[in-house]
Each structure stands twice: as C-alpha cells, then as structure tokens.
Design a protein around this ligand. Structure first.
Ligand SMILES: [Cu+2]
Length: 297
C-alpha cells in the first residue's frame, strides 16, 4: 500500500448507532458465553438446568413435583427481580445530591395496601398449588400391587415385604456388615410403604423419589409410589436422630417385577421369613452397615 492510500474504512469513524449495536452484540455474546461456560463447567445439561437443582425423578408423580418446584422458583425469581430492580432504582434515582433533607413521604395508602395485599396473594397462590399437588402425591391407593413395611431405628433400616397379590409369604431384609440395607422395588407396580419407628423420629428419604416422609414412633405413616426407571438409588434418613444419624443409609433397587419376585424367593431361602419386628435388636448391631473403625472417624 502506498502512502497516498491512507484513507481506508479503518480510519473512518463509525456511526454512533453502529458502535452502540456492536457493544450490545458483544455484551450479548459474553453473557451467552458465560451461561454456556457455567452449564458446561458444572456438568449441567439443558434438562438438568431446567430442573433447577432437583434430581431426576423416577416415579409416576415426578413431573408434578418437579413442576411445583420450578413454579415456586419462577415466582421467587420474578418477585426477587422486581424487588432488586426497585432497590437499585431507589438507590440511583434518590442518591444524595446535596445537603438538603429530601421530602419525607409516609402514609401513602395505595402503596401500603399494595405491599400488604400482594404478599397475601403470592402466599395464597403458592398454597393453592402445594395443596393441589400434595393431595395427589399422598393419595391412597386402595389396591396396591406390592407392600413394604419400613422400620427405622438407631441407626439402620429393615424392610419387611408382604404381597397383596399373595405371590409370596412375608419376608424381610436387614442388610449385612458389608453392605447397606437394600430396599427392592418392582418397576411399574404401585407399592405401599408403611413407615414405623422403633425409637425416635427418623425420616425416610429417597432423593430420586422427590419425596420424604417422617417415621414417627407410635404411629404408622403410609404413602404409595410407582417407580418407573430401573436402577440403584441412594436412600437416607433426613431427620437428625442421634449421633450416627449420618450413617443411616440404604440403597433402593428398582428392578423388574420378575427380579423382585426372584429376590423375595431368595430372602425366603435365606430363612428371613415373617415379620421383621423382633429380629432387629438381636440380629442388628446399630452400626452394622459401617465397616469396623469407620464409625469413630
Ligand atoms: Cu434417623
């Protein structure tokens, strides 16, 4: 290029609207990049992000519970956005500009009525959806396909299976020193859970069920669930029940109905027949599901 050809596009000043658009586009690109990087670095897929931190549910009412969770968070984000916006607007619009005392306003009836009525409306809407979904999730099933009695005690679980369809006689399972207690669940069958505590209040929680319920001494709590996806899932106690509460773990194994029946036959072969009550204190060391020495760590 000769010295006479200096006046190129590069030296021509951009029009103000072009510069502004460029800046907006750049900001948008950075924001999108930041969102994508957050999702990738946190190992989050689009579906994971849409669940807002909820685990993937594996029962027939998972979609309903997930929607309730998403709806509550959406309402919270909208209210939060409006409140943060108002705070920032007030900080900027009414920042100190001199030593004069600003006009003092009080007893603004429309505003006072608004911030009294609006929270009541928000709580009423959240209450409506919670009660609607809770009544479905806790609905009694008069003809369940399977039944398990869950006994919680310091600091383990025992599961006693009986069959409303009379395919097997009652059997029970308590886990071993090496393995956590296992709760076997037949896929696609409605299972009745009866929760019993032998000592203090525990809480039966399977995160993949998107559900937990207290296990209260002197009271039988019941719920029904139909698991749809086979696999192994974590289960735990979610009520601080004593010194080894954090060790009160179990594994949920959702299997096909055939595998479920085979496992029941297996428990019978092992002689674990009858009601589990009465087998706990003699057979079960409270820390039996924890390896030797681990309990003191
Ligand atoms: Cu517990």
């Amino acid at each position: 290029m000769s010295s006479g050809e200096v006046a190129t596009d590069r030296t021509r000043p951009a029009r103000p609207d072009q510069t502004r658009r460029g800046r907006v586009l750049r900001t948008q690109r950075i924001a999108l990049g930041a969102v994508a990087a957050t999702l990738v670095l946190s190992g989050c897929s689009g579906a994971d992000a849409r669940r807002l931190g909820f685990p993937r549910g594996i029962t027939t009412d998972s979609d309903r519970v997930t929607s309730l969770w998403q709806g509550a968070w959406t309402a919270a984000f909208i209210v939060g956005g409006i409140v943060w916006g108002l705070i920032i607007w007030a900080i900027v619009a009414y920042r100190r500009r001199g030593n004069e005392m600003p006009a003092q306003t009080r007893y603004n009836m429309p505003i006072e009525a608004l911030y009294t009525i609006l929270p009541v409306v928000i709580v009423a809407v959240l209450f409506f959806y919670t009660v609607r979904d809770q009544s479905v999730v806790l609905k009694k099933d008069p003809t369940p396909d399977a039944h398990v009695k869950v006994i919680g005690y310091k600091f383990a679980w025992t599961f006693g299976y009986s069959d409303p369809q009379n395919r097997f006689q009652p059997v029970y399972d308590t886990g071993t020193n090496e393995t956590l207690p296992e709760l076997w669940v037949p896929q696609g069958e409605s299972m009745e859970y009866t929760l019993i505590s032998n000592d203090v209040i525990h809480a039966f929680w399977v995160p993949a069920f998107l559900f937990k319920m207290d296990v209260v001494p002197g009271r039988e709590n019941t719920f029904y669930k139909t698991a749809t996806t086979t696999g192994s899932y974590a289960g735990r106690c979610s009520e601080l029940c004593g010194i080894n509460h954090s060790h009160m773990l179990f594994t949920v194994r959702v299997v096909t109905p055939e595998q479920y029946l085979a496992h029941m036959a297996d428990l019978r072969r092992r002689g674990q027949v009858g009601d589990p009550q009465g087998h706990l204190s003699q057979e079960y060391n409270p820390n039996r599901n924890i390896a030797e020495g681990q309990a003191s760590q």
